[in-house]
Design a protein around this ligand. Structure first.
Ligand SMILES: C=C(O[C@@H]1C=C(C(=O)O)C=C[C@H]1O)C(=O)O
Length: 198
């Protein structure tokens, strides 16, 4: 897996229009073969700059796949006019296991272990918050459907099977990942039922 890194310098004053256009453009990239996920972050010192991070299965998926696709023409038309100057794109190797394992092996005290765990927890919570936004939206979209549609047990099993497979690739314990996901999804279902009103 690789990480595409690009700082997007949006013409000042055009940020809200850029963000709306980005939401229209998002499905054009997320449907591409080899696309994994993306993050868009706003600059703190320069709020007209946005950091776009896209995980791809390979550089080829990005450069020979997306960039030669018909969807890329639409992506360009929607977004490129917002940038000045046109941004530089770079790719970074993504070996989370190697990086994390090296960091975890290098620590020698329990305080350092806990500092490492705390830093990862901040990232995990940020992702849980993003996941919650989607689950809440699912609750709204399922209004009028029975409670069982909220619980969607077949989808739960699909998610569990998928994350178990991902855990194996990443070197995470499948037992820990499955238990974590079943607990998390159970709690999300309760939250979703509240939004659904069922
Ligand atoms: C978000 C959904 O609703 C519920 C929550 C799920 C989850 O947190 O992944 C999965 C299935 C449902 O139990 C959905 O149907 O996709």
């Amino acid at each position: 897996m690789i990480l595409e890194h690009v700082v997007l310098p949006v013409i000042p004053g055009h940020e809200p229009a850029f963000l709306s256009a980005f939401e229209l453009a998002r499905p054009l990239i997320s449907c591409q073969p080899g696309f994994v996920d993306l993050e868009l972050r706003r600059g703190v010192e320069r709020p007209h700059e946005f950091l776009l991070l896209v995980r791809w299965e390979s550089v080829t998926a990005h450069e020979d796949g997306f960039r030669t696709s018909p969807e890329y023409l639409e992506w360009k038309a929607l977004l490129h006019h917002f940038y000045d100057p046109f941004p530089d794109v770079s790719h970074f190797a993504l070996e989370p296991l190697a990086v994390e394992a090296a960091a975890a092996i290098a620590v020698t005290t329990l305080d350092e272990v806990r500092a490492g765990v705390d830093a990862l927890d901040r990232q995990i919570i940020d992702l849980v918050a993003q996941r919650q936004q989607y689950v809440a939206r699912a609750g709204e979209l399922k209004r009028g459907q029975p409670r069982d549609a909220v619980r969607a047990p077949a989808r739960v099993e699909e998610v569990v099977a998928k994350v178990r497979a991902q855990a194996e690739v990443a070197g995470a314990s499948q037992t820990v990942v499955e238990a974590t996901y079943r607990a998390m999804i159970g709690a999300f279902i309760e939250l979703e039922l509240g939004i659904h009103g069922g």
